[in-house]
Design a protein around this ligand. Structure first.
Ligand code: TXA
Ligand code: MG
Length: 316
């Protein structure tokens, strides 16, 4: 069921049930983070391995501090500037956070999402919400309520309709446990913005392999069922098969006749491209094409995070 009934959502969450929540990045599949059984329900619904930890969503900075053992100067600076917003901070956890949330790690990922309905919901609950993206494990993240309904309607008790996600790609994850902040996942907040706030360029520690010991950054992720092929230049592709899709960017690309093309941003705007990325990939995927061609976007601003998603989505 989809709707805007927050009191229903609160009742369900109090009861240990799963509710899909809108955020500015992607839709989440939420449950009471302090209730282990409810959290197990999230892993099962997504078919997600237990080694991949969950982000804990809170209403305000006070609550974030309540669940971390060691609130650092970096966390202070970043949270003041970018929360609520598309950024997740990794901090030492305390005993209030069940080990299943962090897959046994001593660090917990915390975030205040920027969406009025979800902020209202969080402020009315007396527990934080664990919420991964509301997609089956490994598939494209949802940016509209209908995406969640299509794939998880049997697993989720209620979907809060918060419209289309404004940012469209997941939060940037920053490890704030030491003096030097490190970026663990590229996302909706650009490295430049982080650097301006921190006063230095944070180290990039995104993991490039499929090592289950290094959760979160599995090689293959966000993947459509059709093969996604990244080429140097879409203008140069030579097509023999018309059952092909093209995911393009910028008006310089000349369309190929008889091919399904979606342009992430005709004016070449990277924010617009991020917002469209997952829903366009889904539309193309639903066409059951033999392959989808795309090319990397300019590697600046949100383009860096978009390219990361394209690369992972194209892994065999
Ligand atoms: O924008 C977002 O972050 C969305 C919305 C719903 O908030 N959530 C999201 O969750 O993208 P998910 O589970 O799809 O991705 C979270 C990533 C995973 O790669 C996970 O491994 C990593 O964060 N993560 C979570 N907790 C962690 C921890 N304690 N240590 C290291 N990585 C962690
Ligand atoms: Mg995800």
């Amino acid at each position: 069921m989809i709707g805007k009934d927050l009191s229903l959502a609160i009742d369900l969450l109090n009861d240990g049930k799963l509710v899909s929540i809108p955020t500015e990045t992607v839709y989440g599949l939420a449950a009471n983070a302090l209730n282990e059984q409810a959290v197990i329900g999230i892993f099962k619904a997504k078919n997600r391995p237990f080694f991949d930890p969950l982000i804990v969503h809170v209403a305000n900075v006070e609550q974030a501090k309540k669940y971390s053992n060691n609130w650092t100067l970096n966390a202070d600076k970043l949270s003041k500037q970018f929360w609520p917003g598309p950024m997740t901070l990794l901090l030492e956890k305390n005993n209030l956070i069940p080990d299943i949330i962090t897959s046994g790690s001593s660090k917990v990922a915390l975030r205040i999402p920027k969406h009025p309905l979800t902020l209202e919901l969080l402020s009315q609950l007396n527990f934080p919400l664990a919420a991964p993206s509301a997609n089956p494990f490994g598939y494209i993240s949802p940016t509209k309520p209908s995406h969640v309904e299509k794939q998880l309607s049997n697993q989720v008790n209620y979907i809060i309709d918060g419209g289309d996600c404004e940012v469209g790609i997941e939060s940037t994850i920053v490890d704030c446990t030491s003096d030097k902040a490190k970026v663990l996942r590229l996302g909706g907040l650009s490295i430049n913005e982080l650097a301006l706030c921190l006063g230095y360029l944070p180290e990039l520690n995104t993991i490039e392999n499929s090592n289950p010991q290094a959760p979160g950054q599995l090689d293959k992720h966000y993947a459509p069922h059709s093969k996604l092929i990244i080429v140097e230049d879409l203008n140069l592709i030579n097509l023999k098969d018309s059952n092909t899709g093209v995911l393009s960017f910028g008006k310089h690309f000349k369309s190929i006749p008889n091919v399904s093309e979606l342009n992430l941003s005709e004016v070449g705007n990277l924010d617009e491209a991020a917002k469209n990325l997952f829903s366009y990939l889904r539309i193309l995927d639903e066409m059951k094409l033999n392959q989808i061609y795309t090319q990397y976007l300019p590697n600046i601003g949100l383009g860096i995070a978009i390219n990361d998603r394209l690369k992972r989505a194209s892994q065999k």
